[in-house]
Design a protein around this ligand. Structure first.
Ligand code: ASP
Ligand code: MG
Length: 410
């Protein structure tokens, strides 16, 4: 007998028919003698609908009241799933985040989980109940309802698995696992049987949307055994997220190609090469809450240098405006130029730590297609380049092939 947490995303509970599907899977696991906690998202489209309603009342909805509204989506699904289970003859009980007592901080719309009181859940499980918990929500110390940020039900699932020391946390979604790259771009993309936490974290932050980043961080920190599976397929092992040191299998050098279409590049030219300049450039940008991704400063020549960085395309105009009006003259830079038609492509793999030549292979592959690299950044397990967005799909395809990702590992 195992204790399993199953988390179902919005599409998996998108209609009564689909909820019945979830009920059948839960019943199957229960019949095998397992204890089950089911964490669910709102029905697909519901959270967006609720945000839309809120915006009709208030252009910038009050954060506390917004959480009051959007947290209702999940409350509907937990009740429906429990009814389905009861209809099947199982014992089931639903909980909101507040009823469990998932305590969070008070950062409305992006709260962080502080603690989970797992006693009631445990008692129910011991009494043979399937426990159904609303994802995405919690309660702060003053009793306010909070939500965990978009996609936050993944984090609820992982956090509950951590609190209960569950044997496995299964994330059911509309894809059957984590792929070497987006199959819509490369049809030969393969499902990975395993991927390490660090790789998954890179993939998630580089634009792969399979799991919420925070959920992956949480699972890594508390060593939750995490698996991504399809809720639309009866069979299949999905992708298991592993710990590098436990993974005795020979790892591929490169596990995947991630990409992000929404990158915009900004360069401040001819900035004085002296202490404090990076801060004077990026300080005002971060004060305006603009997230900066890649940052590159050139080696100075004649006491001046160029400073480039990337931002999300939606924030390009805002960032350009700040630099031109608040920074350029203040620091005595020559000019500010930008390009919002760029994209980022990354190769990710823990094998990079022990293999040389990955970067040169990546650069040669792009050179052979005549693709110009505008920026490069690396970490221990990834190499990212910024290129013209019109070559993005080509770049992903040729890199996928060059690193043999379309071949089943030996
Ligand atoms: N319903 C929330 C959202 O759409 C949380 C989730 O689905 O994970 O973002
Ligand atoms: Mg989701």
């Amino acid at each position: 007998m195992a204790l399993i947490v199953q988390k179902y995303g919005g599409t998996s509970v998108g209609s009564p028919e689909r909820i019945k599907n979830v009920v059948r899977r839960v019943a199957k696991y229960k019949a095998l003698g397992h204890q089950l906690v089911v964490v669910v998202s709102a029905m697909s489209g519901e959270t967006n609908r609720l945000i839309g309603l809120a915006k009709e009342m208030q252009a910038q909805p009050d954060p506390r009241e917004l959480d009051m509204v959007v947290s209702t989506g999940e409350q509907v699904t937990v009740g429906l799933v429990s009814m389905g289970l009861i209809q099947e003859g199982l014992k089931a009980k639903s909980y909101t985040g507040a009823q469990v007592k998932i305590t969070t901080d008070s950062a409305f719309t992006k709260a962080r989980i502080l603690s989970i009181d797992e006693q009631n859940i445990r008692a129910d499980l011991d009494n043979g109940y399937v426990v159904v918990v609303a994802g995405f929500q919690g309660i702060d110390k003053d009793g306010n309802i909070t939500t965990l940020g978009r996609g936050g039900s993944d984090t609820t699932g992982v956090a509950i698995a951590a609190a209960l020391h569950a044997d496995e946390c299964q994330i059911y979604t509309d894809v059957d696992g984590v792929y070497t790259t987006d199959p819509r771009v490369v049809p030969e993309a393969r499902r990975l049987k395993t991927i390490t936490f660090e790789e998954m974290l890179e993939m998630a932050s580089l634009g792969s949307k399979v799991l919420q980043i925070r959920a992956v961080e949480f699972a890594g920190k508390y060593r939750v055994k995490l698996r991504v599976l399809s809720s639309f397929e009866e069979e299949g092992d999905g992708t298991l997220i592993t710990f590098e040191e436990d993974d005795k299998m020979e790892q591929a050098i490169i596990s995947g190609i991630a990409f992000n279409r929404d990158e915009a590049k900004i360069t401040v030219r001819g900035v004085p090469d002296k202490p404090g300049i990076a801060y004077q450039i990026l300080g005002p940008v971060s004060e305006a809450n603009v997230d900066v991704d890649m940052i590159i400063q050139n080696v100075g020549v004649d006491d001046s240098t160029d400073f480039s960085f990337t931002v999300h395309r939606n924030e390009f105009d805002k960032a350009m405006d700040i630099l031109k009006n608040k920074v350029q003259h203040h620091i005595g830079a020559r000019n500010v130029v930008g390009d919002n038609k760029t994209a980022k492509v990354s190769v990710v793999g823990v094998g990079m730590r022990s293999h040389v030549g990955i970067a040169s292979k990546m650069f040669r592959t792009l050179a052979e297609e005549g693709i110009n690299i505008q920026m490069i950044s690396t970490s221990e397990i990834k190499i990212s380049v910024v290129i013209d967005e019109k070559y993005l799909e080509l770049a992903v395809r040729v890199l996928h092939k060059a690193f043999d990702l379309d071949l089943e590992p030996a």
